[in-house]
Design a protein around this ligand. Structure first.
Ligand SMILES: [Zn+2]
Ligand SMILES: [Zn+2]
Length: 138
């Protein structure tokens, strides 16, 4: 595993990173804790939380923060887009080309040097759609 110079990957962090890399569900700290605990039974939620924050700060992982919702974490740091279910909060990746043109458009419209952008779509996940269908039949 490649190690970033500014951050030593402790065993704990390495396991957190491995577990996070296994899923595409963008888990919350609690969910990561549940996964990591199976391999490190003595680890605490606080430690997992602190490590996630540190790793997000150093750019090893991505932290998804949207006002009023629980923070979620993502092992994919390359630019990509997300869709969030408005009903259950589930977050998935949307595999479309990153729209770099938006950066130029934003730069033209502002005084900022634009470094990047984040797009999060909102919608209804398949499971919530099914549930809605099921309940509307009654
Ligand atoms: Zn949903
Ligand atoms: Zn993602």
């Amino acid at each position: 595993m490649e190690q970033l110079p500014n951050m030593r990957l402790t065993t704990q962090r390495q396991i957190i990173l491995e577990e996070l890399g296994k899923v595409t569900s963008h888990p919350t700290a609690n969910e990561v804790y549940d996964m990591v605990r199976k391999r490190l039974p003595r680890i605490g939620l606080g430690t997992v939380y602190r490590n996630l924050e540190l790793m997000a700060d150093s750019g090893i992982i991505l932290k998804l923060e949207v006002g009023g919702t629980q923070k979620r974490f993502d092992a994919t740091v390359a630019p990509h887009y997300h869709v969030r279910c408005t009903f259950c909060g589930k977050v998935d990746d949307i595999d479309i080309e990153v729209q770099n043109k938006i950066n130029q458009i934003a730069e033209t419209a502002s005084d900022y040097m634009i470094l990047g952008h984040h797009i999060e779509f909102s919608g209804m996940c398949p499971r919530c759609s099914e549930e809605k269908k099921a309940t509307s039949l009654h």
